[in-house]
Design a protein around this ligand. Structure first.
Ligand code: SF4
Length: 227
């Protein structure tokens, strides 16, 4: 059996896989068949054991994600955060906990933000990672294939309102953010809107490899890496 010597960070997939977007190239779709049917369905002992094992293997950073949109499974997110919080009282502390989101619910549902973001912060969440395709709301709505995408300013403000930091995860694609000039515009625009951190990655396929048909070419990716 292979032996893992050191783990630095761990990602936990949770929730029922529901999503409020309909992206053409959905990274979560292939994992959805393993999702529980209901928000809140969780093997708590497995979560505890996995996180404990990962902690002792060196993990101190935890990412919460889903095969859909995690903010649509708030009971599961809350329960996992409670488990992590309880572990911290046993000395197993994850000082960096991030939640991945497409930002739609955070930008559109004030009651959700008031109910959950502050609670999650108190349970140890430190940052929300927002997937960003564009600065323009209409263009984001087209890419997510929904009627209306909220303003990124509102999304970021609601996250900051709960004293959480924002990381923008820019999706690089030939069609949308395909060259250095466009990438630079995005980075500057996102910092202007208040993003605390920015990361970027080229669009990937079902095997988690860079999608050579859809991702920017190698030369442009190299230039972007030098920003
Ligand atoms: S937001 Fe994420 S999970 Fe939802 S459809 Fe798009 S890629 Fe899939």
């Amino acid at each position: 059996m292979a032996c893992i010597e050191k783990i630095y960070s761990v990602s936990a997939l949770m929730g029922n896989g529901a999503c409020n977007a309909h992206c053409d190239f959905c990274a979560g779709k292939i994992h959805r068949r393993y999702s529980p049917k209901k928000d809140g369905d969780l093997d708590e002992e497995l979560v505890k054991k996995t996180l404990t094992d990962c902690y002792y293997a060196g993990a101190r950073s935890l990412s919460l994600t889903s095969s859909g949109e995690p903010t649509l499974s708030p009971v599961s997110v809350s329960r996992v955060l409670e488990i992590v919080h309880d572990l911290s009282f046993r000395g197993l502390d994850f000082p960096k906990i991030n939640l991945y989101s497409n930002g739609i619910r955070i930008g559109q549902d004030e009651e959700f933000c008031q109910t959950y973001l502050g609670l999650w912060k108190r349970l140890g969440l430190t940052s929300v990672y927002i997937t960003v395709h564009d600065l323009d709301e209409r263009r984001n709505a087209e890419i997510y294939r929904i009627n209306k995408y909220p303003s990124l300013q509102t999304v970021f403000d609601n996250i900051h309102g709960a004293d959480l930091s924002v990381r923008s995860n820019i999706v690089l694609s030939k069609k949308n953010i395909g060259d250095f000039k466009r990438f630079k515009e995005m980075v500057e625009g996102l910092f202007d809107l208040g993003s605390d951190f920015i990361s970027a990655w080229p669009i990937r396929d079902d095997n988690d490899e860079v999608n050579l048909d859809l991702a920017p070419n190698k030369e442009e990716l190299t230039r972007m890496g030098g920003l």
